[in-house]
Design a protein around this ligand. Structure first.
Ligand code: FA5
Length: 345
């Protein structure tokens, strides 16, 4: 058979076959049939040996051109198939924007974090800075520099979890006060709040947790008085519990403040008249506070003849329990979504 005729007939049958190919797989098989080692085109090359040296180049060129032409036909079909497959996929994946969205519920900050952020915003608005400190603290910062030397009986007020003889999980956020005063070197005023986790060797029950959150506040300046403390805490109480709230100070004892007070807010449920929530007292205790003890100022480099300060420490869980009528502190840490979801922002 004449080689030109053979190539033409192969080309015609390839074109016919290409017209019926449906997918990439079939196209691959076709390519092997028409261009692979066992293809008729490759077999044609065998005839080379029967040709004279003059005839060989022209023959070889014809085969090569045929190969290129076949490849071009297959590639063109490949593009058509790819487009067809993509169109089919796009059609299949069409999004029906009129369908109802699936019912997925987005997450939200935990109630405790919401309260902390809310209090942070309030204090930032009053010119305070936010400070943080390490949860693994030294005995020096957690106790000694807060006027609680070793063997001081008031250390029993906070049962501690020691890691080594001199390091422990901080029992309150008050060491951040010390760290900030030391950082400021006794030279400039301090106006900070310090939110964070604290740890105590308390048995867990409805009102106690071995790990809980506090927000510490500290102001040190040249004319800081107890009325500044009261005014500030009144702003906090009104912000958290409503504009009609009043607060009262009751004497208390903390080694790091002198005088020290326990702060109560009028019960939002009975407006101070007395009910079961406030145990008929009309008031609910919300935090501990006081004027920074001169010894604490001195130990952190501030001259108490020039500077005075006030400080307070809020227990965030107990605050949240009061605000939302939550009866058990353990709800905050058991991650029951039915509880958490009630406080979506
Ligand atoms: C302190 O920790 C002082 N550092 C607070 C302070 C700061 C006073 C600055 C004066 C000046 P206290 O041990 O009372 O104080 O704890 C503060 C608050 O933490 C409590 O009012 C309470 O709300 C909360 N709290 C204490 N123990 C627990 C506990 N085991 N579980 C949950 N909350 C607790």
């Amino acid at each position: 058979m004449n080689v030109d005729n053979k190539i033409e007939s192969l080309k015609a049958s390839l074109e016919e076959a290409l017209a019926t190919v449906e997918n990439q797989n079939e196209l691959q098989q076709l390519k092997a049939t028409y261009l692979g080692k066992k293809s008729e085109l490759t077999q044609l090359m065998r005839h080379m040996k029967d040709l004279s040296n003059e005839e060989k180049p022209a023959f070889g060129q014809k085969i090569n051109e045929a190969k290129q032409a076949f490849e071009a036909l297959i590639d063109a079909q490949k593009v058509i198939i790819q487009k067809r497959e993509m169109d089919a996929l796009l059609k299949k994946e069409t999004i029906d924007v009129t369908l109802d969205a699936p019912d997925f519920s987005p997450g939200s900050a935990h109630l405790l974090n919401q309260i902390i952020e809310d209090i942070e915003d309030l204090f930032i608005g009053m010119g305070y800075q936010i400070k943080e400190g390490p949860e693994i603290e030294t005995d020096l910062m957690n106790f000694e520099k807060l006027n609680l030397p070793k063997d001081h009986p008031a250390r029993d007020m906070q049962d501690s979890l020691y890691i080594t003889e001199d390091t422990l999980l901080r029992t309150h956020t008050s060491p951040v006060q010390v760290r900030t005063m030391l950082e400021y070197g006794g030279k400039k005023p301090v106006k900070i709040i310090c939110p964070g986790k604290v740890y105590r060797r308390d048995d867990d029950d409805a009102t106690h947790s071995h790990q809980f959150m506090q927000i510490e506040g500290l102001v040190v300046d040249k004319e800081t008085t107890m009325s500044d403390l009261k005014g500030t805490l009144l702003v906090v109480a009104k912000h958290l519990f409503g504009p009609d709230r009043k607060i009262r100070f009751r004497p208390d004892y903390f080694p790091f403040t002198e005088p020290s007070v326990e702060v109560d807010v009028t019960c939002a449920n009975c407006d101070g008249v007395g009910c079961s929530i406030c145990k008929q007292t009309g008031y609910i205790e919300i935090l501990g506070a006081g004027m920074v003890n001169d010894k604490v100022l001195k130990m952190s480099g501030y001259d108490p003849n020039i500077y005075q300060g006030f400080a307070f420490g809020i227990g965030v869980e107990r605050l949240a329990m009061l605000k939302y009528g939550i009866e058990d502190i353990r709800h905050f840490y058991t991650n029951d979504l039915r509880f958490n979801k009630q406080f979506k922002r």
